[in-house]
Design a binder for this molecule. Structure first.
Ligand SMILES: NC(=O)c1ccc[n+]([C@@H]2O[C@H](COP(=O)([O-])OP(=O)(O)OC[C@H]3O[C@@H](n4cnc5c(N)ncnc54)[C@H](OP(=O)(O)O)[C@@H]3O)[C@@H](O)[C@H]2O)c1
Length: 326
């Protein structure tokens, strides 16, 4: 593929939102040692993608401009670099990149890549990466939940259960011995119940804003996928050792985390940043293959309409995942 050109979408500075995305034609990259050249069939946008464009990780990310954003991809291997052992041209895969996903082709590391069986579509696979790994990590690593019904019952609250992370968190939680309460907007209540939630609160109602379980459960684990809810709202709804896992921690959340540690509080607020790992992606792909987990796609856009997908994610009202299909 050396010397051939591909379509890609990049931005050249911080800020500017979807208007900052530019369509360009650039050379197809060449895989180096341990790398794979992938023809992208689907890429999934996450809030972190446009937050990086906004300057959240400035000056560390992006490492340089212009930058092709998006790291969650699925597609087909077209070429492998020296030393690649587990993949060959024609293999279908899911992978996590440090950027480069809004393009027809991308380079990825063999170590960040997992096989994708025919039962898992490219769009479903790409969607799993950040959102699915975050939900899985919150529940099983930070929360200590087993995805089999061998533990005593765990009561779980998932906030923003209609979003990318939340819709996976509800389904994964229900693989364990759990009671799941979830929050979402009125239009998504039936959808979130269909994912398996035992009870659903409309976050825009006064009752929903209290996070109180309608059936009186106290929460052992909260997978907190939205923002703007103070510790004082969570605290009375937790069990004695309840844990709020905050994946978008504000300064206030970090303060609560520190105070809780210093006062030896058994109730905890745990800030969390998840970097997807190949083993976790593989576990999620297998769950989709087995029919135990599904991806719900809010909207799909071809690469030449990537700006619309970007804007859709920025709006913050997606139900499930936003996918770009080159
Ligand atoms: N720490 C990490 O490693 C990590 C990893 C992934 C994501 N995140 C962060 O986690 C957050 C969620 O990510 P995501 O991909 O799930 O976002 P998303 O898909 O964009 O979430 C959109 C959904 O959230 C719902 N929502 C918004 N505000 C809500 C509220 N107050 N209560 C209940 N539901 C609400 C919206 O419903 P309506 O349309 O009805 O408002 C919409 O369905 C983002 O801030 C993201 O940056 C962190």
């Amino acid at each position: 593929m050396a010397g051939k050109l591909m379509q890609a979408v990049w931005y050249t500075c911080y800020g500017e939102g979807s208007a900052g995305l530019k369509h360009v034609e650039i050379p197809i990259p060449v895989p180096g040692n341990g790398e794979v050249l992938l023809k992208i069939e689907a890429a999934s946008i996450n809030p972190i993608d446009w937050k990086i464009q906004d300057g959240l990780a400035r000056p560390i990310l992006p490492r340089k401009f212009p930058f092709i954003p998006v790291g969650d991809v699925a597609g087909e291997v077209v070429e492998v670099g020296p030393g690649v052992k587990n993949f060959k041209a024609g293999d279908k895969i899911v992978s996590t990149l440090g950027g480069g996903g809004l393009a027809e082709y991308a380079i990825t590391k063999e170590s960040s890549t997992v096989p994708r069986p025919p039962e898992v579509s490219a769009a479903d696979g790409a969607s799993l990466v950040i959102a699915g790994c975050t939900a899985l990590h919150c529940l099983t690593v930070t929360g200590g939940l087993k995805l089999e019904k061998t533990q005593p019952r765990t009561n779980i609250l998932v906030t923003a259960a209609s979003g990318g992370v939340g819709h996976y968190a509800v389904q994964l939680a229900k693989l364990g011995n759990t009671h799941v309460t979830a929050t979402c907007g009125a239009r998504n209540i039936e959808f979130v119940k269909s994912l398996g939630a035992d009870e659903v609160l409309d976050y825009k109602t006064p009752e929903g804003a209290t996070l109180k379980s309608p059936s009186g459960q106290k929460y052992d684990i909260v997978v907190h996928c939205t923002t703007g809810i103070p510790w004082s709202t969570f605290e009375p709804n937790l069990t004695q050792t309840g844990k709020v896992i905050d994946i978008t921690p504000s300064g206030g959340a970090l303060w609560t985390y520190a105070v809780n540690k210093l006062t030896f509080s058994k109730k905890q607020l745990q800030p969390l940043l998840v970097i997807p790992k190949a083993e976790q992606i593989d576990c999620l792909v297998k769950l989709v293959k087995e029919g135990k987990l599904k991806t719900v796609i809010d909207s799909r856009y071809p690469l030449n309409r990537a700006k619309e997908g970007w804007a859709k994610s920025i709006e913050g009202h997606a139900t499930g995942k936003v996918v770009i299909e080159p």
